[in-house]
Design a protein around this ligand. Structure first.
Ligand code: KG4
Length: 344
């Protein structure tokens, strides 16, 4: 007989980049979602892969222990272990994948492999006890914007997704981080730009926008335009950046949001789909969230914006995919290695 949803406990593990995260799910409800971030990278202005994998090794046991304790679930009660198999940094992935395999083998329970990007998109289906929740109906469009990806995905079902547009060079988050670095802001720069932009004028500076056909994105031209504009302004006034940080951040951020929304709007028209979701780390951005609300009002979109805790890398989003795959008995064998590159 099939297990009832309430009897399915899944431990999920995410270690694809610089966050070590573990979550416990009861069915599609998250009971705990514990993440240890790695401050060690801040001083280098970006993630250092070798340091990331070493930090995962230190963090994985305490993070999993905390997730189980917070959920009030014993490891012997677990039905399966879900883990991020890729894409991501190989050294980082190996820590989570090896840990998941070892624990599943010692407990004699199945493993479920999860694609990290699929996790970001299905974060919209995570439920929480006592919190009202509305998941999108299929099909819907999802704007997936993170440090490594900028994609428009047509989501037909939990395991059937089509990428209909994607960046041909940098991702939106990467562009945010790089331009923040040029302005001497910390890493990751996206949240800093977000904060500074709130006090700035988005129309104060103009940067060039890409002319890419179809639904694909490009952010490298904007990055170059930002750099050249800054160089010119600093040549005239060496203190220009520090004097105009808010306006620069607001104008840059507004350009990124405009580029993202233009193509997304085009996609909704082409596919005649008005259910639109946002996901990935950049979905935490205030201006982008506001643009979603504005477009919903103007064009009658039904929008889905994830809770902050489910926007950046976290294990609950791996757990929700794990739960659906578990129901389909889509288990993974020990010989499946981690993979660093792929799409959904
Ligand atoms: O999804 P994520 O946590 O990691 C992966 O890339 O998988 O995304 C991280 C990206 C970084 O580039 C970071 O700067 C950006 O998300 N980000 C933001 C904000 N919070 C995180 N960008 C703009 N505004 C934010 N509030």
């Amino acid at each position: 007989m099939d297990e009832k949803k309430e009897d399915i406990y899944i431990l999920a593990i995410e270690s694809s980049c610089d966050d070590t995260s573990a979550a416990v799910m009861r069915g599609d409800t998250v009971l705990s979602n514990v993440t240890a971030s790695q401050a060690v990278h801040e001083q280098y202005g970006g993630v250092v892969p070798e340091l990331a994998s070493r930090a995962h090794e230190l963090n994985i046991v305490p993070v999993v222990d905390a997730a189980l304790k917070r959920a009030g679930v014993k490891k012997e009660e677990l039905s399966a272990i879900a883990f991020t198999r890729g894409p991501g940094l190989m050294g980082s992935l190996l820590v989570g994948v090896s840990f998941a395999k070892g624990l599943a083998a010692s407990l004699g329970i199945p493993m479920v492999e999860v694609n990290h990007l699929q996790g970001h998109i299905l974060a919209h289906f995570i439920k929480e006890d006592g919190v009202e929740h509305k998941s999108p109906e299929y099909p819907f469009l999802c704007l997936m914007v993170s440090g490594g990806n900028s994609q428009i995905v047509k989501v037909n079902s939990y395991d059937n997704m089509e990428i209909i547009g994607q960046t041909i060079d940098d991702a939106a988050g990467e562009a945010m981080d790089k331009c923040a670095k040029v302005m001497g802001l910390g890493y990751p720069g996206g949240p800093v730009i977000d904060r500074l932009a709130r006090e700035g004028n988005p129309k104060s500076h103009t940067f060039s926008k890409p002319h890419i056909p179809g639904l694909d994105y490009s952010f490298s031209g904007l990055k170059t335009s930002f750099l050249y504009t800054l160089r010119k302004l600093v040549a005239e006034d060496p203190d220009y950046v520090s004097k105009n940080l808010n306006d620069l951040a607001a104008s840059f951020e507004a350009t990124v949001v405009e580029i993202l929304m233009d193509k997304l709007y085009k996609a909704t028209k082409m596919l005649k789909i008005k259910r639109v979701a946002l996901s990935g780390g950049v979905s935490a951005n205030t201006a982008l969230r506001q643009a979603f609300h504005d477009y919903a009002k103007r064009y009658g979109w039904e929008i889905f914006i994830p809770k902050f805790g489910f926007t950046t890398d976290n294990a609950a989003m791996i757990g929700i995919v794990g739960y659906h795959k578990f129901l389909d008995k889509d288990f993974c064998t020990m010989d499946k290695p981690a993979f660093s590159r792929t799409t959904i």
